[in-house]
Design a protein around this ligand. Structure first.
Ligand SMILES: NC(=O)c1ccc[n+]([C@@H]2O[C@H](COP(=O)([O-])OP(=O)(O)OC[C@H]3O[C@@H](n4cnc5c(N)ncnc54)[C@H](O)[C@@H]3O)[C@@H](O)[C@H]2O)c1
Length: 252
């Protein structure tokens, strides 16, 4: 099993869903976690789950769109926990499905502010200390929609494509400092974000199209995130890994 013993990991948007799953698995493997979310209750619950694994949890409650506050909170939490070794840029919104005509400027900006600017400025807050230590991991959460796009979700697919661009650019820029940057790109996972479309019929139809025959569980995304945070991937950077039950082999 991949060990993360002693790693200090900040996971944005870890007050529920996939972020919580990453926090719990990484704590189980020995990491201390900075839990961040806009939702106070969800973040507190995740922090308790981390502590129940015998690891330390610090909590940040902040909207990623409040950039100055967010960066200040990250720096303060980093001091409290003893430095951030791994940043997982996970916070995100799916938004409603909308045609091109339905995506107005406010909807477009919200998507990019949370998904792209959120990841960018969280990274900006942790990079100086990682550069100084000549060590760090940044794991961005993209989506299969960054690979093949999606009708009626072009703003989401565009934001996730930007995340892939950031991943590759940061991997190049930060390699001289031994900071590795990769992305994990899930397919459709049953979480709060997808509850509008995870009807039993949709799940059955979609599972039938998946070469591996079933939906990917949140923990199976966390396995990839934990692996990318571990010493086993010291020579992997600039990659996008997609645990998606083979969905992108056949098209979705
Ligand atoms: N669920 C899927 O099918 C799927 C597929 C591909 C990629 N993803 C990506 O995985 C990540 C996690 O998604 P999820 O399915 O767990 O969704 P989720 O809605 O369960 O969790 C997202 C978390 O981000 C937090 N968040 C949202 N906006 C925020 C803001 N402005 N400031 C601070 N926190 C904020 C939410 O409170 C929530 O806890 C997202 O980046 C999402 O785009 C999800």
């Amino acid at each position: 099993m991949t060990s993360l013993l002693g790693s200090k990991v900040l996971i944005t948007g870890s007050g529920g869903g996939l972020g919580r799953s990453h926090a719990v698995l990484m704590a189980e493997r020995g990491a201390d976690i900075v839990v961040h979310d806009i939702k106070r209750e969800g973040a507190a619950e995740t922090a308790e789950m981390v502590r129940a694994k015998g690891r330390r949890a610090e909590v940040i409650i902040c909207d990623v769109r409040h950039i100055a506050d967010f960066q200040r909170d990250i720096r303060e939490a980093s001091v409290r926990i003893g430095g951030i070794d791994v940043l997982v840029n996970n916070a995100g919104v799916g938004g409603k499905r909308r045609s091109i005509e339905e995506i107005d400027e406010a909807v477009f900006d919200e998507m990019f502010d949370i998904q792209v600017k959120g990841a960018f400025f969280a990274t900006q807050a942790v990079v100086p200390a990682m550069k100084e230590k000549r060590n760090g991991r940044i794991i961005n959460i993209s989506s299969i929609y960054a690979m093949g796009g999606n009708a009626n979700a072009s703003h989401y697919a565009a934001a996730k494509s930007a995340i892939s661009g950031l991943t590759k650019s940061w991997a190049r820029e930060l390699a001289p400092y031994n900071i590795k940057v990769n992305a994990v790109a899930p397919g459709f996972i049953v979480t709060e974000m997808t509850k509008g479309s995870n009807t039993p019929q949709n799940i059955a139809e979609r599972s039938a199209r998946m070469p591996l025959g079933r939906f990917v569980e949140p923990q199976e995304i966390s396995y990839a995130v934990a692996w990318l945070a571990s010493a086993e991937t010291a020579m992997i950077s600039g990659q996008v890994i997609s645990p998606n039950a083979g969905e992108t082999i056949v098209g979705y």
